[in-house]
Design a protein around this ligand. Structure first.
Ligand code: UTP
Length: 297
C-alpha cells in the first residue's frame, strides 16, 4: 500500500519584490482575489486533496499570515449578535484545527529548494505535497487532488506541468519528456529557466508538487543553482532514473500566475466574473471599457 499524502509545505518566505511597495507591509499571500487571500485558495485546494497537516515556511514580516488562520472570537460574537450566518460560515472556513498548522522560519531567502528543506524535520519519512500559493489554479477539481489521484498509480515524484510558448520557457523549469502518456508524462530531464532555443519541451513546471522524502535528502547536499538560489527542480531532477522516477502531470484547469502583476489582475477579473453578485456589473464595465478603447483607436 502506498503511503497517503497528508502533509503539505507552503513556501511563503519569498520577498515578493514584484509587488513592492505593497509587500513592504503585507505578505503577497494575503493579497486578495476579490475578497479571499491567495493563501485561502491554496488551503482549500490542499484540503480537497486530503491534506491534514499544513506547514508554512515563513520569514520576517509574515505575521499577518499567521494571524489570518487564528480564531476571531470578538468578530464571531459581533456576527452572531447581528445574525450574519453567511459571514460566520465565511469566517469559519479560515479556521484551522489546533495542531494542524505549523510555521517554520527560513532565515534568508536562499531559494525555493532551501525553503522546502527548512521543513524537513516535520516531514520525516513520507511523501508530501508542496503548494506555491501564488500559482492559483481554477478548475472543476483542484489541481492537487488530480495529482494525488494520479500519484496513487505512479508513486515517485510528480510535478504539475503546463504548456507554455518557447519565449516564456526561461521563466520556468522545463521538462525533458521520456514518454508522453497523455495527462502523465515520464521525465528524463529537467532544466531550470532555459533559453527559448535550449528548452527541451514546451512543458513547464508550475507550483504544485508531490515529492518523496529522498528529495529532502538531495536538498541537504545541494549547492545553489540558477540565479544563485537553491533550486527545488535540481533536487527533483536527481530522482530521475531512480527506483520510482519523476512524472509531469498535465492538470485540468486554468492557472494564474499571481506572483506577477498581470497574472494577478487577470485572476481578479476571472474570479470577479465567476461571482453571481458581481458578474453583471463587472461585465458591463468591461464592455464599456472595450467600446471606449475601440472608439479612441
Ligand atoms: P518567487 O520566485 O515568486 O519569489 O517564489 P518571491 O520572493 O515570492 O517574489 P518576487 O519574485 O520577489 O516578486 C516562488 C515561491 O517560493 C517562495 C515564495 O514565497 C513563493 O511562494 N520562496 C522563494 C521561499 O519561500 N523562499 C525563497 O527563498 C524563495
Amino acid at each position: 500500500m502506498r503511503k497517503k499524502v497528508t502533509k503539505a509545505i507552503f513556501p511563503v518566505a519569498g520577498l515578493g519584490t514584484r509587488f513592492l511597495p505593497a509587500t513592504k507591509a503585507i505578505p503577497k499571500e494575503i493579497m486578495t482575489l476579490v475578497d479571499r487571500p491567495l493563501i485561502q485558495y491554496a488551503i482549500d485546494e490542499a484540503r480537497e486533496a486530503g491534506i491534514k497537516e499544513f506547514i508554512f515556511v515563513t520569514s520576517r514580516g509574515k505575521s499577518a499570515l499567521e494571524d489570518y488562520f487564528d480564531h476571531a472570537p470578538q468578530l464571531e460574537q459581533e456576527l452572531r449578535k447581528k445574525d450574519k450566518k453567511d459571514l460566520m460560515q465565511v469566517l469559519k472556513s479560515t479556521y484551522m484545527d489546533s495542531g494542524a498548522i505549523a510555521y517554520i522560519r527560513q532565515h534568508r531567502a536562499l531559494g525555493l529548494g532551501h525553503a522546502v528543506h527548512c521543513a524537513r524535520r516535520l516531514i520525516a519519512n513520507e511523501p508530501f505535497a508542496v503548494i506555491l500559493p501564488d500559482d492559483v489554479i481554477d478548475g472543476e477539481q483542484g489541481c492537487l487532488k488530480q495529482m494525488v489521484d494520479a500519484y496513487e498509480e505512479t508513486g515517485g515524484c510528480m510535478v504539475a506541468a503546463m504548456e507554455v510558448p518557447p519565449e516564456k520557457a526561461s521563466s520556468y523549469g522545463v521538462l525533458d519528456v521520456a514518454d508522453d502518456m497523455g495527462s502523465l508524462v515520464s521525465v528524463k530531464g529537467m532544466v531550470e529557466k532555459p533559453k527559448a532555443e535550449e528548452a527541451p519541451s514546451n512543458l513547464a513546471v508550475i507550483g504544485r508538487y508531490i515529492l518523496t522524502p529522498s528529495v529532502l535528502r538531495n536538498l541537504s547536499k545541494q549547492d545553489a543553482g540558477a540565479g544563485g538560489e537553491i533550486q527545488l527542480t535540481d533536487a527533483i531532477a536527481k530522482e530521475i532514473g531512480g527506483e520510482q522516477g519523476v512524472y509531469g502531470f498535465r492538470f485540468r484547469g486554468q492557472r494564474y500566475d499571481c506572483g506577477s502583476k498581470s497574472g494577478f489582475l487577470q485572476a481578479t477579473v476571472a474570479f470577479g466574473l465567476a461571482r453571481d453578485e458581481l458578474r453583471d456589473d463587472l461585465m458591463a464595465y468591461l464592455d464599456e471599457l472595450a467600446a471606449t478603447r475601440k472608439a479612441a483607436e
